[in-house]
Design a protein around this ligand. Structure first.
Ligand code: F6R
Length: 248
C-alpha cells in the first residue's frame, strides 16, 4: 500500500478527482468505456463536488462512464434521503451527463428472496463491463471497505451482510437514532474490490487514525478487511494529517 498525506482533505480530494478525470479522458481517447467503482459517505463528497465542477466549468463528460456503487442499505427505498441511491444522485449523478442506464447501485428495494440472484447479476455486470478500472473507497472504524465488516472473506463477492454494531452507531446520527439504522446491507465483496485495476482509499480525521494504521501496517486479517488491500499492487491511501497520525 502506497500512502500520501495531505495537510488538507479538500486539496487531496481535488487531486483524486483529477486522477479520475484523467482516466475518463484517457479511456475516451481509446474509445473505451471508463468503469468506476464509487463510494458514499462523508469521505468522497469533495471528490464528487470537484468532478461536478469539472463537468460544469471544463466540459468533462461522463457519457462514456459506467459506475458501480459499492453498497446500499437493505431494505431501503431509493427515494429515502438516507439511501445511497439518493446520496449519489444528490452529490453527483444529478449534476453530470452520465447516462442513467450506466448507473449501477445495489438495489435496496428488491424482495429478500431475490437478493442472491441480484448479487450474482451485479458481479456479472461488472465483469461484462470489463471490470472496474478505478475503485474509490472510504474506510469504516471497523476496518470495513464497502460494507465488508470484520469476518469478511478474502474471496467474498457481492452479497448481503449484517452491519457491525459500530457501523450502526456511526450511522445513527443520519438516521436520527440507532434503532432506525438498517441491520443489513448489500455490498460488493472483497474479491469484487480486489479485482479493480486501481484503488484509492480516502480517510480524513483523527477518528480514522487507529484503523488506518492497522489497515496499512498491521497483519492481513479478516478482522480488519481493509488490510486485505495490502495484497493489491495498485492501492493508494489518501490521508489527511489526522488520519495518518498513528502511522509509524
Ligand atoms: C460507503 C462505504 C463505507 C464508507 C465508510 C466510511 O459506500 O462503502 O465503507 O466508505 O463507512 O464512511 P465515511 O466516509 O462517512 O466516514
Amino acid at each position: 500500500i502506497h500512502n500520501v498525506i495531505f495537510k488538507d482533505s479538500n486539496k487531496a480530494s481535488v487531486i483524486v478527482a483529477q486522477e479520475i478525470a484523467n482516466l475518463i479522458k484517457k479511456k475516451e481517447k481509446l474509445g473505451e468505456k471508463c468503469v468506476l467503482g464509487l463510494a458514499t459517505g462523508s469521505s468522497p463528497i469533495k471528490v464528487y463536488e470537484e468532478l461536478v465542477r469539472m463537468h460544469k466549468e471544463e466540459g468533462l463528460s461522463f457519457k462514456n462512464v459506467v459506475t458501480f456503487n459499492l453498497d446500499e442499505y437493505y431494505p431501503m427505498q431509493k427515494t429515502n434521503t438516507q439511501s445511497y441511491w439518493y446520496f449519489m444522485h444528490e452529490h453527483l449523478f444529478n449534476h453530470i451527463d452520465i447516462l442513467p442506464e450506466n448507473i449501477n447501485i445495489p438495489n435496496g428495494e428488491i424482495p429478500s428472496n431475490e437478493i442472491y440472484q441480484f448479487c450474482i447479476d451485479y458481479e456479472m455486470k461488472i465483469k461484462e463491463a470489463g471490470g472496474l478500472d478505478f475503485q474509490l473507497l472510504g474506510i469504516g472504524r471497523t476496518g470495513h471497505i464497502g460494507f465488508n465488516e470484520p469476518g469478511s472473506h478474502f474471496n467474498s463477492g457481492t452479497r448481503n451482510i449484517t452491519l457491525d454494531h459500530i457501523t450502526r452507531i456511526d450511522a445513527a446520527p443520519a438516521f436520527l437514532g440507532i434503532d432506525n439504522v438498517p441491520k443489513v446491507a448489500i455490498t460488493m465483496g472483497i474479491s469484487t474490490i480486489r479485482r479493480a485495476k486501481r484503488i484509492v482509499l480516502l480517510a480524513w480525521g483523527i477518528n480514522k487514525a487507529a484503523v488506518v494504521q492497522k489497515a496499512i501496517e498491521g497483519e492481513v486479517t479478516s478482522e480488519i478487511p481493509s488490510s486485505y488491500l495490502q495484497h493489491h499492487d495498485n492501492v493508494t491511501f489518501v490521508l489527511d494529517e489526522g488520519a495518518s497520525e498513528e502511522l509509524t
